[in-house]
Design a protein around this ligand. Structure first.
Ligand SMILES: Cc1cc2nc3c(=O)[nH]c(=O)nc-3n(C[C@H](O)[C@H](O)[C@H](O)COP(=O)(O)OP(=O)(O)OC[C@H]3O[C@@H](n4cnc5c(N)ncnc54)[C@H](O)[C@@H]3O)c2cc1C
Length: 290
């Protein structure tokens, strides 16, 4: 079923993001995790699309497995990186054959080691809006999600320009938005207000990453440019000194629970959890919240 219909009918909700494990021998363990997370009755599960090579076909295979073994409504991600129309059509026809009705359309990023120009990398689809427009025209049966950046995208010339990009993505056919992770809910509520003021009226689903350990904190800082409130960093550091990894984990759960509760109280339609393919923390974060 199309996610916008599901969102209209079931609020508040939780949805889950997974990435395809690189090695096939990790797949049974991964599917066990997904089955465990089925307890949350996720509205849908999304599966990331790798920057290059084999993980792209893994996206499709993992989607198929999640449908068959967990009964999830699934949404593969898709990027325009080094893609031509034929490749995009091939992917979209394959998901159609699996009965999938949703796709998250992204520009994608420069793969590490790619030495060519941006023009080569994003030749057919220079920005997400071009991919959205193509899908809307040539695969109209699909509902299209797009990525939103409550703190602004790192390459955007200004926050205002980035909001305008989102307005155009929706104008080109995007049906809903999933946000990049962030840690201060005011950022999300402000982002929603600003987009509404520009006439963007599609659902905007906040993306939440529970912080598991100091390693994931470093990853967030390096990869996502997310701002981490000083109060949160201080409490994580203090927890690490006083109680080690377990105490850090407990702070991560408590913080994400507060974030989710506040979002749902404040009118967010649901939350999209970045699971990092782990069940325990997401189950604890959501316990009793829906
Ligand atoms: C929920 C979510 C899921 C993701 N999943 C994946 C994944 O599975 N695989 C993956 O590789 N990456 C994924 N990403 C990362 C994403 O590909 C990168 O953040 C990428 O840099 C931007 O993608 P986009 O679709 O937002 O691009 P765009 O919307 O094209 O924006 C990219 C940049 O270009 C600017 N821009 C856009 N259009 C124009 C224009 N017409 N003129 C000038 N500037 C413009 C924007 O302001 C922005 O700075 C995900 C991100 C999120 C938030």
């Amino acid at each position: 079923m199309q996610i916008p219909h599901l969102i209209r009918a079931h609020q508040p909700f939780v949805s889950l993001e997974f990435f395809p494990p690189k090695k096939k021998e990790e797949w049974p363990g991964f599917l066990e995790v997904a089955r465990e997370l089925g307890q949350l009755k996720p509205l849908f599960a999304s599966v990331t699309y790798g920057a290059g090579g084999s993980t792209q076909s893994n996206t499709l295979e993992i989607c198929e497995q999640l449908i068959q073994t967990c009964g999830f409504e699934v949404m593969p991600h898709l990027t325009g990186v080094t893609a031509d129309r034929e490749k995009i059509d091939g992917f979209l026809l394959a998901i159609k054959a699996l009965g999938i009705e949703n796709v998250l359309a992204l520009r994608g990023d420069r793969p590490s080691g790619f030495t060519g120009t941006d023009e080569e990398l994003f030749a057919a689809f220079p920005h997400a809006e071009h991919l959205v427009g193509y899908i809307r025209t040539h695969h109209p049966q699909l509902a299209i999600g797009v990525a939103g950046f409550p703190e602004g995208h790192a390459e955007a010339s200004s926050f205002g320009d980035d909001l305008e990009v989102m307005r155009r993505k929706v104008e080109c056919g995007a049906d809903f938005v999933i946000t990049q992770l962030y840690f201060d809910n005011r950022t999300y509520f402000d982002y929603v207000e600003r987009l509404r003021a520009r006439g963007v009226n599609v659902p905007i689903v906040p993306g939440i990453l529970p912080i598991r350990n100091l390693g994931s904190l470093r990853f967030i800082l390096e990869m996502c440019n997310a701002r981490i409130p000083g109060r949160l960093i201080n409490s994580l550091m203090k927890a690490h000194e006083d109680g080690g990894a377990k105490a850090v984990y407990e702070i991560g759960v408590a913080y994400a629970r507060r974030q989710v509760q506040e979002l749902l109280d404040g009118g967010a339609p649901g939350v999209h959890l970045y699971t990092l393919n782990k069940a325990d923390m997401c189950l604890q974060v959501m316990d009793g919240l829906l």
